[in-house]
Ligand binder design. Structure first.
Ligand SMILES: [Zn+2]
Length: 162
C-alpha cells in the first residue's frame, strides 16, 4: 500500500499557488498607483465604487475580534497568512483590540487620503507588540508604523508610508 503523506504538495502545485497569489496580491507603492487602481476619492472622502476593491473577511478562526474585517481585496492573502502565522506561533493574543482596516479619512493633519481610505492598512491597539509579532508581518511584506518617523505602533500597512 502506498503511504499517504499528509500535507505533501507537489512543486507544480506550489508554483501554481504562487502565480495566483502574485495576481491576487498588489502593493501600491504610492498614492498615484493607488488612484490608478482604485479610482479617485471624492473631496468628502466618499467613494463611488469602494465595493469594487473591498472584501469583508471572517478571520474569527484566528481571533474572535476578527470576525468582520473589511479590507482591500488585493491584500487579503498577506493578511490571512499573517493571522494564520500569528495564531500558529501563539502570538495572536497580543491583539487585544481591533480598530479596523478600511476607513475613509485623510492622514491626520493633512488633506491626503490615508492608506485606510483604500483599505490597505490595519489598526490594532497601542500596546507594544513583541519583536516576534512584528516580524511575522514584515516577513509577509507589511510595514509597521512603529518604524516610522511619525511613530504609529498600532498600525500595519501593505502600501506606502502615510
Ligand atoms: Zn493606521
Amino acid at each position: 500500500m502506498v503511504p499517504i503523506i499528509a500535507g505533501l504538495v507537489s512543486p507544480l502545485t506550489i508554483k501554481f499557488f504562487l502565480s495566483i497569489s502574485n495576481i491576487l496580491t498588489f502593493r501600491p507603492a504610492n498614492m498615484r498607483e493607488a488612484e490608478q487602481r482604485y479610482g479617485k476619492l471624492y473631496r468628502d472622502y466618499s467613494w463611488e465604487h469602494a465595493d469594487k476593491f473591498l472584501v469583508t473577511a471572517d478571520l474569527s478562526m484566528f481571533h474572535s475580534l476578527l470576525d468582520r474585517v473589511t479590507v482591500n481585496r488585493d491584500i487579503i492573502i498577506p493578511l490571512y497568512i499573517v493571522m494564520q502565522t500569528l495564531h500558529r506561533e501563539g502570538l495572536i493574543d497580543e491583539i487585544t483590540e481591533f480598530k479596523g482596516c478600511y476607513n475613509t479619512r485623510p492622514v491626520q493633519g493633512t488633506n491626503r487620503p490615508s492608506v485606510h481610505a483604500y483599505g490597505l492598512g490595519c489598526d490594532f491597539d497601542n500596546n507594544e507588540f513583541s519583536p516576534e509579532f512584528v516580524k511575522v508581518w514584515k516577513d509577509q511584506g507589511w510595514t509597521w508604523g512603529g518604524d516610522w518617523k511619525k511613530y504609529d505602533p498600532m498600525h500595519f500597512s501593505y502600501a506606502w508610508e502615510d
